[in-house]
Design a protein around this ligand. Sequence first.
Ligand SMILES: [Zn+2]
Length: 410
Amino acid sequence: MIDGLTPSLFENAVGDGAAPALSQLAEAGDYRRAVTTFPSLTPVCLTSIATGAHPDVHHIPHLVWWHREEQRIVEYGSSFGAVRAAGARRSLRDTIVGMNRDHLSKEAETVYEAAEHAGLTAAAVNITCYRGSHRYQPTVPGIAPATLGPRRFFFYNLYESDPIGAPLSVRNRAGGSVDEYAAAAGRWLVTRDGFDLLVYYLSDLDFASHAHGPDGVREQLLKTDGHVGALVDAAGGVDEFLERYAVLVCSDHAQTNVHHAARLEDHVQAPAIVTASNRAGMIYTDDARLAAASLDGVEAVDAAFFLDEGAVVARKDGEEDISLLDEYPLGYERVEAALRNPNAGEVLVSAAAGWEFADLAGLHHAGGGSHGSLSAGDSEVPMLGIGIEPPARTTEVKTALLSNLLSSVS
Ligand SMILES: [Zn+2]
């Protein structure tokens, strides 16, 4: 899983030497574009991939949301400033363990839980949706609470199921040491063939794309490709790798260029709590239509969505018409599922092209790249399958992986 990789970046890089490992895999597989969930933000998207479900089932609504029961903001790290504004300690806990332990619905089943139920060994590297049935203490006592992960579990040096002697991961984000840690764990796992199912998550590309825009990351893509190549090399080459494993390569969401930023809360003319970040916002309010109507004509806003007596309403520039959703990939399915999440705001807001909503700390990525909206540019992802039919939705990845595994053991 390559965070933030756009389909066009993948399609252009494959075959031209900018991504030798991905090119080798692409040559052996089938490719299509697939659609992620909404809001197209990493915690929501990764949880959809890991649980095979939209937010109505898994309950993770956004990067930043209002916890109705606890009457507080949950912030999974829109930016370092936002984490600080939300209370750094609490935000780190929410991101590291709260999302999996408290916020992720008990009714949802992760791909790791499903695999281990079937007697298989599941592994997760760095992915933030990792819930499994094995209990882990942090590698440094006291820095984080215990958490539940799969049998093989490597999470930014914070939790490690096995001592692998990898370098520290969070020391130098911009220098790429997060993915270097992932590659060290991945190499260790492949060398031992230590899993039946591995979810291997590389996040540095998304980080670079926020800073430089989706067209400015070819240098990072080469590094990311090297971290994919690390797995292939650990198996002894591409033939050996593909003989041993079926592979899906995808991203959790794409990115589009952003040039302007707006504070969504400045425009909402209704008693409300507003949580916004990147290219999606949520409004918690008793009067959804009034709040949505206050965004009519706001340049930063593409459309607002809410439920009216249980029915989905799409509103754009004062017009309410459900066929507006036909403009977006799987528009109705994704908006309905996002609105039927009990942790979501009453109104969901998708940003206009080129616009971003500033986060709690007022930070944004204008001049770079962003994602979160319902639009195709943020929502379409590359999906490459080798030995597995590439699914059309990221919510179908879990089933695709499991049915491949279960048919090969039986
Ligand atoms: Zn991102």
